[in-house]
Design a protein around this ligand. Structure first.
Ligand code: ADP
Ligand code: X2W
Length: 283
């Protein structure tokens, strides 16, 4: 009996948070690290399903940098990053699309659907709902900056109770264009802004943003983020992630969180407990 009462208490503890977030859109950036083991994938699916069943409207944008690297390596195609973003030749673009839209996107969609959700996989090329232009063609090739997200396409899916699972590929404006490779963090923040998300959560492979003594920084403002970037404390893949957080909160998203995707149920800990986890970036 005691155990049953504990279960009920746990549910009641979550009630204020469920009330706060029900009907809200929450964008989740699902990084490669949280996709690493079958167990972590299962926990991710359970978290998304729970959110969905209590009335939250999750929208997932996934990454897949490590899998793209593996495939490029297997095919002996060179690839490099500048400021955390991949340089994308036409040849690299083909592989990026195959891995992101083909393998990873369908894998996540199948995982969620086998748990009883109604997930639907899309990339920005579907209905041309995300368009982009080159970031700097001479430097990055087909790596793009998003110019527009057609929110109505996503809104229709959400209204029909689908969970959109988005591969970070954008359509080009011209006929026959191979499309653009978009950093998944930045794709998530543009999507969050466009659909008026309440929150954006980045699941990654560290506890959050760390200082030089490897201590977790729980809350950061824009000025603090800029200072940490300037002195090199924030570097590599964390740069587009914090930029994406700032982009989102400046675009009207209430809060942005960078949390540890290696910890089971970290999304539920963030959403349904008062302590939260990871780093939150606030206005
Ligand atoms: N200050 C920092 N705090 C935490 N991680 C940082 C920091 N600066 C750079 N990083 C790096 O950023 C990485 C996360 O970015 P990335 O590998 O692109 O993740 P993801 O695949 O989830 O997008 C961390 O694993 C770490 O190596
Ligand atoms: C332009 C750019 O860098 N695109 C990324 C897209 C995937 C991604 O961002 O994956 P993660 O979130 O796992 O890093 C790439 O080619 O790797």
């Amino acid at each position: 009996m005691q155990k049953k009462i504990e279960t009920v208490k746990t549910l009641l503890d979550a009630l204020p948070f469920i009330k706060e977030f029900t009907k809200e859109i929450i964008v989740i950036k699902y990084g490669g690290s949280a996709q690493e083991t079958p167990q972590l994938k299962e926990k991710f699916a359970e978290d998304i399903l729970l959110m969905y069943l209590v009335g939250i409207r999750p929208v997932i944008v996934h990454g897949g940098g490590p899998k793209i690297n593996d495939m490029l390596e297997a095919l002996k195609i060179d690839s490099k990053f500048i400021d955390g973003q991949r340089v994308t030749s036409k040849e690299v673009m083909r592989i990026v699309e195959m891995v992101l839209s083909g393998e990873i996107n369908k894998d996540i969609v199948s995982l969620l659907n086998s748990h009883g959700a109604k997930a639907i996989g899309v990339s920005g090329k579907d209905a041309h709902f995300i368009t982009a232009k080159p970031k700097d063609f001479a430097k990055w090739g087909l790596t793009g900056n998003i110019t527009n997200v057609k929110a109505d396409v996503l809104q229709k899916l959400i209204d029909d109770k689908f969970i959109p699972v988005i591969a970070p590929i954008a359509a080009g404006e011209e006929m026959g264009h191979p499309g653009y490779n978009i950093n998944a963090d930045l794709c998530a923040s543009y999507v969050a802004k466009a659909i008026g998300a309440n929150k954006i959560i980045f699941l990654t492979d560290t506890a959050g943003v760390l200082n030089n003594d490897k201590e977790l920084l729980e809350t950061l403002t824009k000025a603090e983020v800029e200072a940490l970037k300037a002195d090199g404390t924030i570097h590599g893949g964390m740069v587009p992630k914090v930029d994406a957080c700032l982009e989102a909160i400046e675009g009207g998203v209430q809060k942005a969180h960078i949390i540890d995707g290696r910890i089971e149920h970290s999304m539920l800990l963030e959403l349904f407990t008062s302590e939260g986890v990871g780093t939150q970036i606030i206005k």
